[in-house]
Every structure is written in structure tokens, then in C-alpha cells.
Design a protein around this ligand. Sequence first.
Ligand SMILES: Nc1ncnc2c1ncn2[C@@H]1O[C@H](COP(=O)(O)OP(=O)(O)OP(=O)(O)O)[C@@H](O)[C@H]1O
Length: 354
Amino acid sequence: MTHIIEFENVTKTFRTPSGEVTAVDDVTLGIRPGEVFGIIGYSGAGKSTLVRLVNGLERVSSGRLVVDGVDISTIRERELRPVRARTGMIFQQFNLFRSRTVAGNVAYPLKVAGWPKARRDARVAELLHFVGLLDRAHAYPDQLSGGQKQRVGIARALATSPRILLADESTSALDPETTRDVLDLLRRVNRELGVTIVVITHEMEVVRAIADRVAVLDAGRVVEQGTVFDVFSNPRSDTAQRFVGSVLHDRPDAESLERLRSAHPGRIVTARVVDGSRVGAVLSDAGAHGVRFEIVFGGIGSLQARSFGSLTLELTGPDDGVDAVIAALREVTEVEEPGADDGRHEELELEAAR
Ligand SMILES: Nc1ncnc2c1ncn2[C@@H]1O[C@H](COP(=O)(O)OP(=O)(O)OP(=O)(O)O)[C@@H](O)[C@H]1O
């Protein structure tokens, strides 16, 4: 099986008093067994609906959805049960039973599945050991920190040894340090137990920290998908560019650009930098064209031990020399002149007015 979850032209619509809402719009997406797959989008993009389709909490309106070898777009409600048992889920608000202890929460799905008490107790101990909460087995959720509650959520979701774990904004209620701990635990779930994880988030940092591949969702549609490195280092869609910009801050926004322009009279260009793009080598030859360069803005990050980001440069010198350096840069990477067509627009407007 190449995909453990496969969406093929899946659409989900809801009928509401004010008309039909398309929450998931013609999504085609394949998630591979054993990977951590991120689904990122702003509020209302359709992320929760997309994962709820995977465990059958919502049914598809059209298209085909295959989960762990079962086409769940066509099967009846009661046939969904075994599929649900192979799919665990954790939530932003943890969704623990407040009246049950930590052990009682983790044991719950095993009870529902009819496990005898002795086997259940052994499994609960094993799970609590895995998530580092064995000593809190008899505590109640209200006595736990947010991070601990999510660990209980993870232990409970893993109780019946699912092949897939769906994590819906599982760290959004946590502070950054606790978020890192929970993401580390999810990584262990993936690596040590071989569980495929689908992480739904509106935070690019979460995707960066844990996912192998990512899909960017906008208004119910997948607008971009690929390895996290590819989407981070070369985001194509506006939505992906906004998400990446939110963590890397590598490109000047309009206001910063204005400030740069007034402080730097030379030509301003932004060059994309990825591993081996040889931007440095081109710049070190700039002097041969009588051109000086200054780095005026930029950010380089690293992901999976590879660098990426962009540098904004001021180039000063004779026009043909600057042109030659920009041409040489374009040979090794993507180069933009931010707002370079602003002046051209003004010229065109002037021409039109004449
Ligand atoms: N049960 C429902 N009935 C009607 N509309 C719904 C229902 N569930 C979701 N929607 C609508 O579908 C769209 C996508 O919602 P969804 O909750 O999947 O997005 P999301 O990306 O998870 O957003 P958020 O992060 O805010 O939860 C929204 O316009 C939402 O109002």
C-alpha cells in the first residue's frame, strides 16, 4: 500500500440555514504509512472537517476516501467501527473525563473494546510508562498541567494500538516549552511505534518541528503540498508564503522596504538562499564588476540539516555592473526586485494619462 490515507476528489458540504457551506473542496491527497503529515491552514480552512472525515465522524459528500485499505466513502455507519479502532485522535482541549483518574481515562477505550481487567491494567501501565506519567496514574485531570493532560490524551488515543493518530491542534492550548515536549512525544510515537500521524495546525512552527510532508489548506482546497523543506524553502501559494514568512521573517514587508529604500540609495534585490545555491560565490565576485553589496535584510533558517531563506541586498556601482551581478545571481538562484514594478506602474499610468 503506497498510501495509508487517500483522498480522491473529496468534497464535504454542510447544509446550514443560510445555505450550503463547502468545508472541504475537491481534495486529492495521499498520506504514506509511517510518516508525519502536517495539514496547515487558517481558521475555517476546513482542517478539522478533513480529519473528521478520516475517522468517519463526518461522511464525505462526494469523492473517494480510503483509510487503511478500507474505502470509507461508501461503507455503512456500523462498518466504520473497526476503522475507528485503528484511528486514534487527540484534541486541542484534551477531552478527558474529569471524573475519571488518569488510569481510568486511558483504560476507557479498552473497556469499551471489552478487554478483561488484568490485561487492561497491564496495558494502561505500559502506556503511562511510555508517556512518562506512571506516577500520576491515580491523579484526576484537574490536578494535571496542560502538557500532562495532553500526554494522557496521547496514551488514551494509543490504547488500542491504532495505526493512525490524528492530532487536531493538539498543542494550540500549550505554552512553547510544553508544546516542544508534546511534539517530542509525538515524534517518539511515530518513530518507536511506527504510527502514522496527521497533524492539523495553524502554526508553521509545529509543522517545521515534526512533519515530514505538509499540505496547505485554504478555503477547503489544498493549494500546495510537498516535503516540509520544499514548501518552506520555496513556498508558491500566497497562503504558504504567509505561513513561512510568519516563522522566518526573511523578507521585508512593504513598510520595511520603504525604510530600506530611504536609507539605501542602491538597487535593492532579494535573493533566495538554499543549500548549495552559491549566492556567496557570486557576491564575492561582485567587485570585479565595480559593484559593492550590503546585506540589508534577511533570514536563513535550517530544516532537516539544510539551510534556506533569503537575503535582501543593496547593490551599488555602475548600472551595467549591477545588471551583470543580478544576471549572475539569477543563474544560481531566484532573484526578486521587491516593488521593482512600482516605478514601472507609475510610468505606465503617466503614459496613459498623456
Ligand atoms: N457541522 C457543520 N455545519 C456547518 N458548517 C460547518 C460544520 N463544520 C464545519 N463547518 C464549516 O466548514 C468550514 C470549515 O470548518 P473547519 O472547522 O473544518 O475549519 P478549520 O480549518 O478546522 O477551522 P478552525 O481551526 O477554526 O476549527 C467553516 O466555514 C465552518 O463554519
